[in-house]
Design a binder for this molecule. Structure first.
Ligand SMILES: [Fe+2]
Length: 451
């Protein structure tokens, strides 16, 4: 074991040898961690008196009766009722929730945006959240929202939790620290983090300005996809997900907690930091994952499989095989298929697809889809390669070809995505995006064998 450490004023537990310092490996494991020796009760959850005078408290991410309970027992300086006072409604006009439908905004269309630019305004994780699309309904816990965050400022004595959603964070620029009730996650581009519903945290800027994407999942939690015939190896491996060890601070200063609840925001004032969990155990916890560990599987003789082959995480809906959200990664890989049109084919999809570029160039759109940029191909709207991508791929010499310097992702949902007013009227929409298909030629003239 190495020793405990001070991080941002929080005292963090020692880390077992053989793992990344500050984290525990595994996806959805039944973890246990304590900062102070003996703080975690052994063999039971609710002793008559907890060690160190701590309070026992359960955070439940599933109904008590769920067949696969997800819950975490926390042993903390104060119970969370002390971190909650009377609430006052506050407005965060750019942080939207579904349904958020505006008659003056047309969601029907193929859309692409340049990166949402930084401004001179100091922005925190909350004030810097810019919602691009919403889908489903936050009140019935179905659907999602896609956000861009622009963060320049650390939350000072300020904390947040979303009762509405699990947050999947995909950084594109800068480094953030999520100091959560259950431990500390440092996050940079090429990594992702999952922050469970109800988990309280503050967001600090380690290297700013920071920009990235958030998929706010109103529904069932993200899980690893079923691998079927692929078997136990490749794609995202459970051991590469990292859950933080416990960390707490005992700091008595006036503090603000903001809660997102049914699409509304409320503030409450408290007298101390709520990051006071000294020990915890359970399977409901935040984690991060390095996308460079994702091992893509693809066609190795001919043809082009569905993009679902690149699913990193899936959030189920009530219908088996039809996700509330799939998180899909398009990263560096070898293309080797023979006699095959290798980029994504033209298609229409019942699912709606929001893509973001983390870095590099995307093979179906060599121009215009830049790092930080976003595209949206909504439910049953046709899309596919632009003319240049089509011509190049149709005439390429099909030797082994490495797609290098590329990392894009997709938030794909079974629900249509509605543009927010920000996405439709303020964000840097590329008005000419749809023109990328206008030069596609008619090649057919009835001649057999013509290609
Ligand atoms: Fe698509």
């Amino acid at each position: 074991m190495n020793t405990q450490a001070q991080v941002s004023g929080l005292t963090r537990a020692a880390t077992p040898m053989g793992t990344t310092e500050g984290y525990m490996p595994g996806f959805g494991n039944d973890f246990e961690t304590e900062v102070l020796p003996g703080a975690l009760p052994q063999g039971m959850n609710s002793p008559q008196k907890c060690n160190y005078g701590l309070y026992g408290e359960q955070l439940s991410g599933t109904a008590f009766t769920d067949v696969r309970p997800e819950r975490t027992w926390c042993y903390r300086i104060r119970p969370s009722v002390k971190h909650s006072n009377r609430y006052r409604r506050v407005e965060l006009p750019y942080f939207r929730s579904a349904p958020d439908i505006h008659p003056e905004v047309t969601s029907l269309g193929q859309y692409r945006w340049d990166p949402v630019p930084h401004t001179d305004a100091p922005l925190t994780w909350l004030t810097g959240m810019r919602t691009m699309t919403t889908a489903g309904d936050v009140n019935t816990q179905v659907g999602m929202a896609a956000h861009v965050y622009l963060v320049t400022e650390t939350m000072q004595d300020a904390y947040f939790y979303s009762a509405d959603s699990e947050m999947l964070v995909v950084p594109q620029e800068g480094q953030l620290r999520f100091a959560t009730e259950l431990g500390i996650i440092d996050l940079e581009p090429k990594e992702i983090a999952i922050l469970p519903r109800g988990l309280l945290y503050r967001v600090e800027v380690l290297d700013g300005p920071a920009r990235g994407f958030v998929c706010e999942n109103y529904g069932q939690k993200f899980e690893l996809p079923g691998r079927g015939p692929i078997g136990a190896n490749c794609m995202a491996n459970p051991r590469d997900f990292k859950t933080p060890v416990a960390a707490f601070e005992d700091r008595e200063v006036p503090s603000t907690v903001t809660v997102k609840w049914c699409g509304q925001f409320h503030e409450t004032q408290i007298g101390q930091s709520p990051l006071d969990v000294v020990a915890w155990h359970g399977n409901y916890a935040p984690c991060k994952y390095d996308l460079r560990n994702y091992c893509p599987v693809g066609a190795i003789l001919f043809d082009h499989p569905d993009p679902s082959i690149f699913t990193v995480l899936t959030a189920p809906s009530g219908q088996p095989g039809t996700a509330n959200i799939d998180f899909v990664l398009f990263r560096e890989r070898w293309m080797v298929a023979e006699d095959t049109f290798r980029p994504p084919w033209y298609h229409k999809n019942i699912m709606s697809e929001l893509m973001g570029n983390i870095y590099g160039q995307y093979d179906a759109k060599p121009q215009g889809f830049v790092p930080g940029g976003i595209s949206l191909h909504n439910m049953m709207l046709p899309h596919g390669p632009d003319r240049d991508a089509f011509e190049k791929a149709s005439n390429a010499n099909l030797g082994p070809d490495k797609l290098d310097n590329t990392m894009s992702f997709m938030f794909e949902t079974r629900f249509p995505q509605h543009l927010t007013r920000f996405a439709g009227t303020e964000a840097p929409l590329q008005d000419d995006y749809i023109d990328c298909w206008k030069d596609i030629e008619k090649k057919f003239d009835g001649t057999p064998g013509r290609k």
